[in-house]
Design a protein around this ligand. Sequence first.
Ligand SMILES: [Zn+2]
Length: 278
Amino acid sequence: MKQWMLALGLMLSAWTLQASNLPFQMTYGEWQQGSVVAVQLDSVQQLLVDDKPLLMDAQGNSVFGIGRDATEVGLRWQDKDGNWHHRQQAIAPRTYDIQHINGLPNNKVNPNPQEVAEIQANNRLVAQTRAKPSVSMTPQLPMIWPTAGRISGVYGSQRVLNGEPRRPHFGVDIAAPEGTVVVAPSDGQVVLVHPSMVLTGQTMMIDHGLGLMSIYVHLSDMNVSVGDYVKRGQLIGKVGKTGRATGPHLHWGMTWRDVQIDAAKLVATAVPPSLTGQ
Ligand SMILES: [Zn+2]
């Protein structure tokens, strides 16, 4: 009987230890779909989020992202004594704008095979760039809006064309006149500059460190080169409508590794500055 109670007590204390204290302070973000989470780790050797080991700076800062449809994330960490801990963290859901459009002619729904191949090559290049976070830098959070204008598209929205769900829209669209200045929202290193992707036209990517990268799409001009370090607020390009765009706007996307997160959640204000005065 006594042994049984002791065993139960040990199990309970182990469970309490594992389920209670997370080994970090959250310094930015929230447990919500599309959010970035920045943490300051303390007495931890390693932290894995959904089995992906996190990059960490010398001060113990780390970041990770939560996907559009995540309902929970698995956190696994190893303390300084080498013991592993685990916790499933519940994620707050969001509602997304889903648009059903039916009766479209088929050639509007599916691009031709040559275009498909080129689009796939463009996507591969972007994915390969995201897979190699290289800059040793800690993202500055919150960031600033990269341009002024009106939000014309939001994270997570999705169209269903003739019953076929399309890839969700993962960026935030900011409508602004062609030539409006685009600045770096945070320090980083330019890791991709492409003059003519099929869908996204003049396309740029910036690595902000610890796996966090941003993308700028439909630009009319690009003012930096691959390898350049940019400071928050520095001119990087101009708003345009290159690629597949119905009007001039900046599509601004943010990823942690291959997880698409909501760029608007990385900025302190809900909307970008207005164009008044420009
Ligand atoms: Zn967009």
